[in-house]
Design a protein around this ligand. Structure first.
Ligand code: ZN
Length: 444
């Protein structure tokens, strides 16, 4: 993602050249005070949610998570509903809509499912050690849900209503590629100016500083189906056209093709062919894991595989068909998302700067001001719902607004307690600023 990195640098320069915007310090510090007061409630919510096991296939657990988060949104004053997943899978998505008096249309997204199997709490219980809270799914993504709920609680107490609509969407299938949610997230994303996504940020103890994410790979699968001709393997093998041998040949000759295509990655991962020991197989097929970090790279890879397969078969009279399914669009923050990232960086710079408590009018610090640093993470190979949210090209989208943590999809998942207040402040402060800008004509 060289392109992304260079545009980060470019935007940084533009941002530094532009004058910072004025803000009343008393306003910001009251949000920070409220964030500090909210920390204990966040920890209580995290414990509640971690104790609800909700693996992607655990329909009962997901239903409980959906009920819990829908009740919480309702208590905050949202009009809530359960949006049916496009694949009919229970429990559907939890949606909450708040109506304000301003112009900003913003959506906050997070997911309710985890990668863990049922019973995980028996071996990895919820627990606190120093600055860390441990629990399956606590960072990915129950921390994200907690930041959304409690930031909204802070803003509600402050009387903020400078937005037209504020939509909250929690989906139940992110960890398996959002098969029933992706299209809904994309549609709702296209109806908003800004989408903030609440996957975790890497922990400070791992990455030095908290961060936000600017791009994530898209995923696809390419399938190769070879049709040959079945025949008795003993008596009439010469009549047969061995699809399995042809498949093997095609896999070997295409396995490195992605190396010639920037932003594409291909790994053949599954294969089957043949059903009987004594029959020349008439059909064989293989599947692959494809990742792409450049728009169009997956399509170029598909075309390259097709032409290689057609121009150099091994077994005469066999047909090889190559098809592709895009599973998850890639996420690229782009210019609009970078503006959100720079705003986030400026808000972080207000923290730990020692000036926040002064009740005087002052300018918001630039992104490089001293204060708490925020990393702009160029990319990850992991997938994210932000790709669906951004797929229409309409909203500005920023990812990794959740709590700082580590160990997700692994063992001993944790969040860092000292990321709670900064993250609550980041969301609440950012929404106030975006609302103000939208009312003035442009949210960015
Ligand atoms: Zn996640």
């Amino acid at each position: 993602m060289d392109l992304t990195k260079s545009s980060v640098a470019g935007l940084l320069a533009t941002f530094m050249a532009a004058s910072a915007f004025a803000q009343s310090a008393s306003n910001e510090s009251s949000l920070l005070v409220a964030a500090r007061e909210e920390q204990a409630a966040v920890i209580a919510s995290l414990e509640k949610m971690v104790l609800i096991e909700s693996g992607s296939n655990d329909i009962e657990g997901l239903e409980e998570m959906a009920r819990y988060s829908q009740d919480r949104l309702q208590a905050l004053g949202a009009a809530t509903e359960r949006v049916p997943a496009t694949n009919g899978q229970a429990p559907g998505l939890v949606k909450g809509v708040f109506k304000g008096n301003g112009k900003l249309r913003v959506m906050l997204i997070a997911h309710m499912d985890t990668v863990y199997r049922q019973g995980i709490l028996d071996v990895e219980p919820y627990r606190r050690e120093g600055n860390k809270l441990f629990g399956p799914g606590i960072a990915d993504d129950k921390g994200g849900i907690a930041v959304v709920l409690h930031s909204l609680a802070i803003l509600q107490k402050s009387g903020w209503n400078d937005y037209e609509t504020l939509t909250v969407l929690f989906d139940p299938d992110e960890e398996i590629g959002s098969p029933g949610s992706g299209a809904i997230i994309a549609q709702l994303g296209s109806e908003n100016d800004v989408v903030l996504s609440y996957e975790p940020s890497p922990a400070k103890s791992i990455a030095q500083d908290e961060g936000v994410l600017l791009s994530a790979a898209g995923t696809a699968q390419i399938k190769l189906v070879v049709t040959g001709r079945a025949a008795h393997a003993g008596a009439a093998h010469a009549e047969g056209r061995n699809a399995l041998i042809e498949l093997a040949h095609q896999l070997v000759q295409t396995r490195d093709l992605a190396e010639t295509i920037p932003g594409a990655q291909l790994n053949w991962t599954t294969a089957n062919g043949g059903t009987a020991r004594n029959q020349i197989p008439g059909r064989a097929e293989a599947g692959s894991d494809v990742r792409f970090t450049r728009q169009g790279a997956a399509e170029e890879l598909l075309a390259a595989i097709r032409s290689k397969v057609n121009e150099n078969p091994l077994i005469p009279d066999t047909q090889s068909e190559v098809s592709m399914e895009i599973m998850r669009p890639m996420f690229v923050a782009g210019e609009k998302g970078l503006k959100l990232a720079q705003l986030a960086k400026s808000i972080y710079a207000e923290l730990d700067s020692g000036t926040l408590e002064e009740e005087t009018t002052r300018e918001m610090p630039g992104p490089n001001a001293p204060g708490r640093n925020l990393l702009l993470i160029p990319e990850t190979t992991g997938g994210t719902d932000a790709g669906f949210a951004a797929s229409s090209g309409k909203p500005a989208v920023l990812e990794s607004m959740g709590l700082a943590g580590w160990g997700y999809h692994a063992k001993n998942e944790f969040i860092e307690i000292d990321s709670i207040v900064p993250r609550l402040y980041l969301t609440s402060r950012m929404l106030v600023e975006l609302g103000k800008r939208a009312s003035a004509g442009d949210p960015l």
